[in-house]
Design a protein around this ligand. Structure first.
Ligand SMILES: [Fe+2]
Length: 135
């Protein structure tokens, strides 16, 4: 069962970033599936933790590219990243307190946020990265 489907239009023409985005989609799908199947707290805690870690890792990769290429829109972009990391971290903390706190609705929100972020905010750096040969 999937909540986030990868489509070619999500590509930002940078291999490492496309691969990261696919991995994040995959983790959201894993989480959604584990929830739908009523998997136990250990399994869900593991996936939520991995989603949080990988999101931070991935945003750090993008932000490193912003710095080395001196990307002019980096500040607003980094603010969006901080917002999303905060949402995921809140989700993890709520889940630790109350294992019914993660809902399909919340996962839908996270997956929609990510898709929108890729299509609008990430796409905005595509030409800049191309000029600076980020691959
Ligand atoms: Fe981003």
């Amino acid at each position: 069962m999937n909540i986030a489907f990868w489509k070619p239009e999500y590509s930002v023409s940078v291999k490492s970033i496309d691969a990261d985005h696919q991995k994040l989609f995959d983790l959201l799908n894993q989480l959604f599936e584990a929830m739908s199947k009523g998997q136990g707290k250990n399994v869900l805690t593991e996936i939520i933790g991995e989603l949080e870690r990988y999101t931070i890792y991935h945003f750090h990769r993008e932000e490193t590219y912003f710095r080395v290429t001196n990307y002019p829109q980096k500040d607003a972009h980094i603010k969006e990243h901080q917002y999303f990391v905060q949402k995921i971290s809140e989700m993890r903390k709520q889940y630790e307190k109350d294992s019914s706190a993660v809902s399909a609705e919340l996962l839908g929100f996270l997956s929609n946020w990510l898709k929108e972020h890729i299509l609008v905010t990430d796409k905005a750096y595509q030409e800049h990265f191309k000029k600076h040969v980020v691959v």
